[in-house]
Design a protein around this ligand. Sequence first.
Ligand code: FMN
Length: 249
Amino acid sequence: MIDALEAIRGRRSIRRFRDEPIPDDVLEQVIDAACWAPYGTERDERAFIVLAGQEKARLTDFLRERLAEVLPTLSDGPSRQILRWASSLMPMIEDAAVLVVALTEIEHEGAELSIASAACAIQNLMIAAHALGLASCYVTGALYLADEICHLLEAPYHTLVGLVPLGYAEDGERTRKQFPAVSWRGFARREADDLPGARQVDISEMARARPGAGERTDGDRPPGGRSRDPQCARPGGVRGHIGTARAGS
Ligand SMILES: Cc1cc2nc3c(=O)[nH]c(=O)nc-3n(C[C@H](O)[C@H](O)[C@H](O)COP(=O)(O)O)c2cc1C
C-alpha cells in the first residue's frame, strides 16, 4: 500500500469506472477510514449509507427521474446549470460499484461545524480509497434534491453532505488544474518551488485582482456546490432518524 503523502497527492476525482466489484474487506477499510476522521461537534452525528446493487439502482433511478422532472421547470440560471451538470454525471454514479451517501445531523453548534466534520470524513474516505487502488469523486450536484434523497433513504433527520461513487477507475488523464494560494509569512526564505502543489502568491493582491472585486469565480470547477440562487432553496423535509454504525476502536 502507498504511504499517506503519496495517497494524498495521487488522489484525483475520477468520473469513469470499470465494471468491477469491490471486495468487501477493501470497502470496509474505506468506510472505517471515514469513521476515524476528526469531528468538531460535541456528538459525532455523521452517518454513511453504503449502497450497492438494487439499493444503489433505486437511488440512481430516483435521481434520473427527478432530474428529468425538475430540469424543464427551471429557468436559465445557476440552479439549471447545476442540475444539468448533475444529470451529465449520472453515468458516473450508475457505473460505480458502490455509492456512499455521506450525511450528518446539524448539531446545535451549527451547520458549518457539522458539514465540515462530514467533509473531513469524505476526504478520509477518498484518500483511503485511493490508497487501496479505488477511485472516487465528491459529488454535490445532487444536493438540490437533498431532502428527497434523505427521505427516500429513510434518513429524514439527516442532512446530505455529498455522494461518493467508488469503483475501479477507467484509464484516462488525471490532471489537476488549480491549487490553493499559500502565503508564507515570518519565514527567513521561501522559494516558489518549495511547495510544488500550491500557488505562491500575495493573497491580498490576489483578492484585488479578481474580476468583479471580490465576487467568486469558479474557474474550471464544475458547478456542483450549494448556490445562492433562490431556486436552489431546498424543500423542507420530514424528520426521522437512522442508526449510525460506528467504527471499531
Ligand atoms: C465540496 C466539493 C464538492 C464537489 N462537487 C462535485 C460535483 O458535484 N461533481 C463533480 O464532478 N466533482 C465535484 N467535486 C470534485 C472537484 O471538482 C475536484 O475535487 C476538483 O476539480 C479538483 O480535482 P481533483 O479532486 O481531481 O484534485 C467536488 C469537490 C468538493 C471538495
